[in-house]
Design a protein. Structure first.
Length: 144
């Protein structure tokens, strides 16, 4: 998929190094990206965002709870595509991610091509339909 130059991906992660690496990977692929440290920053940046990468373990916060809160927001914010980023991808975790309203997930550590494919999939769904479908697909090659 050809990425429109004005598409912006929010990267909410409590790890500064994870935010840095992910935003660099996104920039390399042609996405605009915003590194975010908190839910408050995410809400402030929301008008600029087309998709959010949301870490599941945010210190004392749970990314699934944040996803549920986002899904309750009115209008565009409540329908932004959400991709969970987690080191735990067992069946119960994947089910809880889906139940929280995420559109997909990435298992850490992820390969750049998996990141790009997941984002492209979510954004192409967004371009085809008014609101993204809530479907989960595993990484093509999750780490062993």
């Amino acid at each position: 998929m050809s990425v429109p130059a004005d598409y912006c991906v929010g990267v909410l992660d409590d790890s500064p190094s994870a935010r840095l690496v992910t935003t660099r990977l996104l920039t390399r692929k042609g996405y605009r990206s915003l590194p975010l440290e908190s839910y408050a920053q995410l809400l402030q940046a929301a008008p600029q965002l087309d998709l959010i990468l949301l870490d599941i373990s945010l210190g004392d916060l749970d990314g699934r709870d944040l996803a549920r809160a986002l899904r309750e927001e009115p209008g565009r914010l409540g329908s932004l595509p959400l991709i969970a980023v987690t080191a735990y991808a067992d069946a119960p975790m994947v089910e809880s991610i889906q139940d929280a309203g995420f559109n997909g997930y990435l298992h850490k550590p992820f390969r750049p091509e998996h990141l790009y494919a997941k984002i492209d999939d979510c954004l192409s769904t967004l371009l085809r339909t008014p609101a993204p479908a809530a479907t989960l697909k595993e990484n093509p090659d999750p780490p062993a």
